[in-house]
Design a protein around this ligand. Structure first.
Ligand code: IFM
Length: 449
């Protein structure tokens, strides 16, 4: 018996697992082009083969069944559907996702479909990417096709995965495509991403799918001062506006945080300020939260010129436990986030759309991957979710990141987040100890009702 008012599942994204990037008439994505340039990705790894999921999806679906996964969050690659970003539809691209969705439903696994997990058609990047407002309109057209085609079978939809990452890593830090470092451009991009979400929300309302639920997945973190000094606490409040509320506030309240507006005024950036009214409040049926760690922040003492007061992170105390990403393991942060969001938005349905950890997994002589630290990480985070639910927070699901080890963006294949180990040269999959542990959690949840 499945207890489906709370799903336990797993998540992936297209580019990170599929491979076969030019199969069946697909166009190129900006990530494919960025990764091909030496120096952009660790070890010059590319997503060309990844987990070869495009060809092995049937066997991968069987693995999901074996683990008892109840919900599977995946993304569709825009360039597979519209190789040029708009215009002619590539039917074969749609057919792949039709087969995947059928395969999930046949196995009793609820699909959650993310429309944009960072794969911008390169043809659109060449026309200015997300800085170009037309791209938001093309995105809404692509979303419209996906909704028309799959809206009868897919209930849970996500527009953007972590638009903050597209904005900041792609346009301010320059470590994701297009590799820009420009605050004004980043602010324009952020606004257009939000605008594209709004356009999809409008379309979603017009279609009025009987069961459809639309959300967005935001990377959120509790932000704390590196010390109790007033300047650190003030910096933490500003950093919260930058990391969390830049996207939360427009989606939920229809406004930008005052701290961001002040920063734009200070830097002479007018684009988002002039267009704020095109974003409405409450444009989600549920909020997806991707949670990995908290951030400690320190104020700028004015002694160096290494950046903006708003954007500085404190050095973490070296004694804190971290994952292979160097991210502090801080399970209580998940509870802090859930209760905060629930307080500010009473009874908003929430999903943990990603949570997980990279560790240096090894296949042992007996062929097993005994990833005890990942089990500990998942156990502790799930306990925080349980606590929030017991206090009445409407968390409807928890999706582990990730089902498989996969292409971890600028870190290439160096970081392993999976419940399932992938030996890339042979493409052999090995269910890790954490995968078996997770299966047991799912079984117990359903046994206890
Ligand atoms: O792998 C990524 C994912 O694509 C988006 N969220 C964070 C994960 C781990 O870095």
């Amino acid at each position: 018996m499945h207890n489906r008012d709370f799903y336990l599942g797993a998540a992936t994204s297209a580019l990170q697992i599929e491979g076969s990037l030019s199969a069946d008439g697909s166009g190129k994505s900006s990530w494919e082009v960025f990764a091909a340039k030496p120096g952009n990705v660790f070890n010059n790894d590319t997503p060309t083969f990844a987990c070869d999921h495009y060809r092995r999806y049937e066997a991968d679906l069987d693995l999901m069944s074996e683990l008892g996964i109840e919900m599977y969050r995946f993304s569709t690659a825009w360039p597979r559907i519209f190789p040029q970003g708009y215009g002619a539809i590539n039917q074969k691209g749609l057919d792949f996702y039709a087969r995947l969705i059928e395969g999930l439903l046949k196995r009793g696994i609820e699909p959650m479909l993310t429309l944009y997990h960072w794969e911008l058609p390169q043809a659109l990047q060449e026309r200015g990417g997300w800085a170009n407002r037309d791209v938001a309109k093309y995105f809404a057209d692509y979303a419209g096709i996906m909704l028309e085609r799959f809206g009868d079978r897919v209930k849970y939809w996500i527009t953007h995965n972590e638009p903050w990452v597209t904005t900041v890593l792609g346009h301010l830090e320059g470590v994701h495509p297009p590799g820009s470092k420009d605050f004004s451009l980043a602010s324009q991009v952020a606004h257009n991403l939000l605008y594209s979400h709004q356009l999809v929300w409008n379309r979603f309302q017009e279609l009025s799918l009987p069961q459809g639920q639309l959300g967005i997945a935001l990377n959120l973190s509790p932000i704390q001062g590196g010390s109790n000094q007033p300047e650190d606490l003030a910096a933490a409040a500003r950093y919260d506006a930058f990391l969390n509320r830049w996207f939360l506030d427009p989606i939920l309240k229809g406004t930008y945080p005052e701290e961001m507006c002040a920063l734009w005024r200070e830097h002479g950036v007018s684009y988002p300020l002039e267009r704020m009214e095109e974003l409405q409040a409450g444009t989600v049926d549920f909020l997806g939260i991707n949670y990995y760690t908290r951030n400690l922040v320190k104020g700028w003492d004015g002694k160096d010129d290494s950046g903006d007061d708003l954007l500085r992170l404190a050095q973490m105390p070296p004694e804190l436990a971290v994952t292979e990403m160097g991210w502090e393991i801080y399970p209580a942060g998940l509870y802090e986030l859930l209760t905060r969001i629930n307080q500010e938005n009473k009874d908003l349905p929430l999903f943990i759309t990603e949570n997980g950890a990279a560790f240096a997994d090894q296949v042992e002589a007996d062929g097993q991957v005994k990833d005890e630290r990942r089990i500990e990480y998942l156990r502790e985070h799930l306990a925080q979710v349980r606590k929030a639910r017991e206090e009445g927070v409407k968390v409807q699901g928890y999706l582990a990141w990730s089902l498989f080890d996969n292409f971890e963006w600028a870190f290439g294949y160096d970081k392993r987040f999976g419940l399932i180990y992938v030996d890339y040269p042979t493409q052999k999959r090995i269910i890790k100890k954490s995968g078996y542990w997770y299966r047991e959690q799912i079984r117990r949840k359903n046994e206890n009702g």
